[in-house]
Design a protein around this ligand. Structure first.
Ligand code: ADP
Ligand code: MG
Length: 239
């Protein structure tokens, strides 16, 4: 019994209303131009996009910012990940010539970061390279891999900051940012690290946020870092 509420957030006083892309009902509708992705989805045996995926994919493929609010297990990872892979290929500067990663995913814990990393590696798409960095992981190894060039960084905020400050990760080339489980990251006290990293990422990037809840702290993050995001709420609460 899922409620789905889709709306777009506007800054106060903003008058212009921007249309929200229509949801898709099939994987083909979202990814008809990307047979490798469709093949992998078929391999996984998925039948239909989940509600959050149906709504999120057209929004993200159109380049808009997105906030996905839904409980655990609703398919949020692929909701932001598949458009991220397509985003990388769509950038004007060829991948080999970029000076650093194109996509950054921040996640609250090492376990979650590793899960996302595993998911990216399943959808190994046109040789896109991903690296997972987290506290407690082998820093030297992470740096060595960074030096070989990666397209996607999946990171916990602490280790990310550490590697950015030490000059091992340049955030200048990042054009797609995901804050996964933003509410949990705030609960864990990562707000300063998140803000520090986002401050240096180009303002014309695309920004995605997922959260299970919609507390004031998460709203503030959205206000600071997103531009007219589409908000997709999937839930069972009475609204
Ligand atoms: P969330 O991030 O919302 O907690 P996940 O993205 O981790 O959820 O997905 C939960 C599970 O659902 C994973 O095992 C994933 O492979 C699976 N899944 C994702 N999309 C679909 C789909 N469209 N149909 C069936 N299963 C899916
Ligand atoms: Mg998740």
């Amino acid at each position: 019994n899922n409620n789905i509420v889709v709306s777009r957030m506007y800054k106060q006083g903003e008058k212009e209303k921007i249309p929200i892309p229509n949801p898709v009902t099939t994987f083909e509708q979202a990814f008809r131009d990307y047979p490798e992705i469709l093949e992998e989805i078929a391999k996984q045996g998925f039948q239909h996009p989940s509600p959050i995926q149906s709504q999120a994919w057209p929004v993200l493929l159109s380049g808009d910012d997105l906030i996905g609010i839904a409980q655990t297990g609703t398919g949020k990872t692929l909701a932001f990940l598949l458009p991220a892979l397509i985003h990388i290929e769509g950038q004007p500067v060829p991948r080999e010539e970029r000076m650093g990663p194109s996509v950054l995913v921040m996640a609250p814990t090492r376990e979650l970061a590793l899960q996302i990393d595993k998911e990216v590696k399943k959808y190994y798409y046109k040789g896109i390279k991903a690296l997972c960095v987290y506290g407690g992981g082998n820093r030297r190894e992470q740096i060595n891999t960074l030096n070989t060039g990666v397209d996607v960084i999946i990171a916990t905020p602490g280790r990310l900051n550490d590697l950015v400050e030490a000059g091992h990760i340049s955030v200048k080339s990042i054009t797609y940012v995901v804050l996964d489980e933003a509410d949990r990251m705030l609960d864990m006290g990562f707000e300063p690290q998140i803000r520090k990293v986002l401050y240096d990422i180009r303002p014309d990037r695309q920004t995605v946020m997922t959260s299970a809840t919609w507390p004031i702290g998460v709203r503030r993050l959205a206000d600071s870092y997103m531009i007219n995001p589409v908000q997709v709420y999937v839930g069972t609460l009475d609204l």
